[in-house]
Design a protein around this ligand. Sequence first.
Ligand SMILES: Cc1ncc(C[n+]2csc(CCOP(=O)(O)OP(=O)(O)O)c2C)c(N)n1
Ligand SMILES: [Mg+2]
Length: 332
Amino acid sequence: MKKITKQTYLKWYEDMLFWRKFEDKLAQVYIKQKVRGFLHLYNGQEAVLAGALHAMDLSKDKMITAYRNHPQPIGMGVDPRKVMAELYGKGTGTSQGLGGSMHIFSKEHGFYGGHGIVGGQIPLGAGLAFADKYFGRDAVTLTFMGDGATRQGSLHETFNLAMLWNLPVVFCVENNGYAMGTSVERTANHSEIWKLGLGYDMPCRPVDGMKPEVVAKELDEAISRARKGGGPTFLEIRTYRYRGHSMSDAQHYRTKEEVERMKDEDPIDYVLDIIYKKKYATEDEIGAINDRVKELVKECEQFAEDSPYPELNVMYEAVYEQEDYPFLPHKL
Ligand SMILES: Cc1ncc(C[n+]2csc(CCOP(=O)(O)OP(=O)(O)O)c2C)c(N)n1
Ligand SMILES: [Mg+2]
């Protein structure tokens, strides 16, 4: 794995802060109805992504996740202005404004969405890994899912085939404690999700998801194993979301005290603490990062505001069509 240095911590701080502020902005403009549909924010889970990106080889590895998917493509190199434009439904967005919040996608950057069906991306992640193995591309796919998705049958079918075919895939649960309003404890007879891997003889373990170095180390081990032909790993990465499931969530299923208590473990504060303790930066230098982040969020908003909506014909051109399909008129 790349060494974790002063530069790593500074990058983690800047990236995580940017993702947090970018999404705070989304929450603001959502209330103004500039962003419509659903909006699920990653607030609190940032260390999972920061650690994962550190362990990946971004020149070839792939990532796929559920609908809580705005910071991931940005971390993989997608222009954040285009991500914001996608949420606004603008033609300059990552999917020309046709995907929206739950469907950010960039094949060019190895980010394969953005999926709204809980657990739907799990077999797709194994499929990506199958293709890489088949074509000898030496890449590993990180397949993320929520704790709720682990209760889907698709996980078990996928685990079976991924082990049978020894696929280069790492299955990562972001266990944020809840699936909408249902706590992990209420969904099964035990809450040690990582143990689901045992039944398939898949290497598996729990991981502290509030510390990026811990996530990076565990993922590095799993990614290296997969790259060397050692097959899949299943990690239960324990994290927390500070905001509601989506923008309309009264959060009756948890107490304010619980949320406040978890804020003591905020991954951004955690990284900032290390930076100050190790004297990696002065307050002025951190101030400069904060200003840069603010400026970039503003730029993203401006870009999305100024961009045009897509032309109507895009709706027809973006539909899958097969030239020899006989039952529909070709090119509507
Ligand atoms: C197959 C399916 N069933 C139900 C839903 C409704 N639904 C949307 S999100 C969600 C909760 C999923 O929680 P989790 O997997 O823990 O992810 P998190 O939102 O915590 O990131 C549910 C039940 C859905 N989208 N798809
Ligand atoms: Mg969850």
